[in-house]
Design a protein around this ligand. Structure first.
Ligand code: PFF
Length: 453
C-alpha cells in the first residue's frame, strides 16, 4: 500500500524550515511592505500580528491537526475525519485550489529567475522607461516566460522526486538559511544609502489616522495568503510530522519567521526607494519595474554594487518562490500518487506536466493578441481571482467549521496536546477562535471584497 511507504520529516528544524519555506513567498515581499507602508506603518504591523495570533495560528494549527491525524494527502486526510459525510469535499477543494495556484505561481516564480539572469547580463540597466518597457516586452513574449516557467518547474520536480526527507527537507535546510542571509545583507546595503532613514520611518512610524475597516480586513487577507492557509500545503506537510512534533509551538515559530521576513523585506524596499525619491508600488510592478529602477539609481555611483544587490535580491525572491512552489507541488504529488496508487515519481510527473501546461497557457494569456482574454481579464488574472478571492476564503471557512464543530473533540485535543503529553494551555482559546472568530473574520473578508460590507 502506498500509505506504508510515506516519507516524513527527520528533525524539528526540518519541519520548521520546510513549512516556513511554504509560507515565506512572493506575498511577503511584494505585498506586505506596501500594505504596511500605506496603512499606518507600525499600527498595521501590530494589527497584522494580532490577526496572526487570533486567525493565522489557529487556522494553521487546524490544518496541522487534520494533516497529522490523516497521515495521508489532504483529500484523504479530510475523508478520514469526515466519516463518509459531505465534509470530505473540503479536502478535495483544498487540493484543487493548490493545483490551480501551482501553475500561475510558477509563472511569477519564473519571472524572478529571468530577473536573476537579466541582472547578471546587465539587461536591467537603463532609464525608467526602458526598465518598464523591458518588463512589458518580457511578459508578452511568447517564449521567454514559458521557458523560465519550465525551468522552475523542473527544479521543483527534481526536489520533489527525491522525497520528503531527501528532497523537501534537505533543500529547505539550505535554501531558507541562504534566503535569510541574503535578506540581511540586502537590508544592511539598503540602509546604508543616504536618506534611507526616511523609508524606515515610513514603514515603522505608527499612524493611527490611517486605520479603518479596510486596513483591518486587508491584514486578515494578507495573513491568510502569507501563511499558505487553505491550499493543502500545511495539511500535506503536517502529514509528514512525527507524533512528537509540537503542533502549536511549530505554528508559532513558522508564523514568526514569516512575519519577520515580511518586515525585513519592508526594510529593504522603503529605505532603498526613499533614498532615491521613488514611491514604492505593490505587486509585480514593485518587484519588476520599481525596484530595478531603485537599484539603478541608488547605486549609480558604484555600479558593481548595484549589480550585486540586484542579483542577490532576485536570487532571494527566486528562493522564496521556489520553497513555496515545492509545497504546492507536493500537495498535488501526494494526492496523485496516493489516490491513483502510482509511484511518487509518476505522481510528480503528472503534476509537473499538467501544471506546466496550465502555467504556459497563463503566461501566454499575458501576451497581446493571445486570444486568451475573457471578460476583459487575462487567464492569468482569472486564475489569480478565482483561487485567491473565491476558493481560498470559502475553503478556509469550511475548514474552520469542520475542525471547530464537526471533528470529535477528543481527536482535536489529542493532536493539540500530543496525546496528553503537553499542557495544552491555549486549547480553550484555540477552540473558541476556530469556532467563532476565524469563521466570522473569513466571512468578513469574503463579503468585503465584493463590497457587501
Ligand atoms: N505563502 C506564499 C506567499 O506568501 O507568497 C504563497 C503561497 C504558497 C500560498 C503556497 C499558498 C500556498 F499553498
Amino acid at each position: 500500500m502506498a500509505e506504508l511507504s510515506r516519507g516524513n520529516f527527520g528533525s524539528k528544524l526540518g519541519v520548521i524550515l520546510a513549512t516556513a519555506g511554504s509560507a515565506v513567498g512572493l506575498g511577503n515581499i511584494w505585498r506586505f511592505p506596501y500594505m504596511a507602508g500605506q496603512n499606518g506603518g507600525a499600527v498595521f504591523i501590530i494589527i497584522y500580528l494580532a490577526c496572526v495570533l487570533i486567525l493565522g495560528i489557529p487556522c494553521m494549527v487546524s490544518e496541522f491537526i487534520i494533516g497529522r491525524h490523516g497521515a495521508s494527502n489532504t483529500a484523504r486526510a479530510y475523508s478520514k475525519l469526515a466519516n463518509g459525510t459531505a465534509w470530505k469535499v473540503v479536502g478535495y477543494m483544498e487540493v484543487l485550489t493548490g493545483y490551480l495556484i501551482t501553475g500561475y505561481y510558477a509563472v511569477v516564480s519564473g519571472w524572478c529567475c529571468n530577473y536573476i539572469y537579466a541582472s547578471i547580463a546587465g539587461e536591467l540597466k537603463g532609464d525608467p522607461t526602458y526598465v518598464s518597457q523591458y518588463f512589458e516586452n518580457f511578459c508578452s513574449d511568447p517564449v521567454r516566460p514559458v521557458f523560465w516557467t519550465v525551468v522552475i518547474f523542473l527544479i521543483t520536480h527534481f526536489v520533489i522526486v527525491h522525497g520528503v526527507r531527501n528532497g523537501i527537507e534537505k533543500a529547505s535546510k539550505w535554501m531558507m538559511p541562504t534566503l535569510f542571509i541574503l535578506l540581511l545583507v540586502i537590508v544592511v546595503a539598503a540602509n546604508l544609502l543616504p536618506g534611507s532613514s526616511k523609508g524606515v520611518e515610513f514603514l515603522l512610524k505608527p499612524d493611527f489616522t490611517k486605520v479603518d475597516k479596510d486596513v483591518f480586513l486587508g491584514a486578515v487577507g494578507q495573513c491568510f495568503y502569507s501563511l499558505s492557509i487553505a491550499m493543502g500545503c500545511l495539511c500535506t506537510y503536517a502529514s509528514y510530522f512525527s507524533r512528537r512534533t509540537n503542533i502549536v509551538n511549530s505554528a508559532v515559530q513558522i508564523s514568526l519567521i514569516d512575519t519577520l521576513v515580511a518586515i525585513l523585506a519592508g526594510l529593504v524596499i522603503f529605505p532603498a526607494a526613499f533614498s532615491v525619491g521613488i514611491s514604492p508600488d505593490s505587486g509585480p510592478k514593485l518587484i519588476f519595474i520599481t525596484l530595478p529602477n531603485v537599484f539603478n539609481e541608488a547605486f549609480a555611483s558604484i555600479p558593481w554594487l548595484g549589480w550585486l544587490v540586484s542579483l542577490m535580491f532576485y536570487a532571494l525572491l527566486s528562493l522564496a518562490a521556489l520553497t513555496s512552489l515545492m509545497s504546492l507541488h507536493e500537495v498535488n504529488t501526494a494526492f496523485f500518487y496516493e489516490e491513483l496508487h502510482i509511484s511518487r515519481k509518476k505522481g510528480a510527473w503528472i503534476v509537473t506536466v499538467s501544471c506546466g501546461i496550465i502555467g504556459a497557457i497563463c503566461s501566454l494569456s499575458l501576451s497581446k493578441h493571445s486570444g486568451l482574454v475573457f471578460f476583459g481579464k487575462s487567464l492569468f488574472d482569472i486564475f489569480d481571482f478565482v483561487t485567491g478571492q473565491i476558493f481560498l476564503p470559502i475553503t478556509g471557512l469550511l475548514m474552520c467549521l469542520f475542525v471547530g464543530w464537526y471533528v470529535p473533540k477528543n481527536i482535536v485535543k489529542d493532536e493539540f496536546t500530543n496525546w496528553g503529553t503537553l499542557k495544552g494551555t491555549f486549547y480553550g482559546f484555540y477552540l473558541f477562535s476556530v469556532r467563532f472568530i476565524c469563521p466570522l473574520l473569513i466571512l468578513a473578508i469574503f463579503l468585503h471584497q465584493f463590497n457587501v460590507i
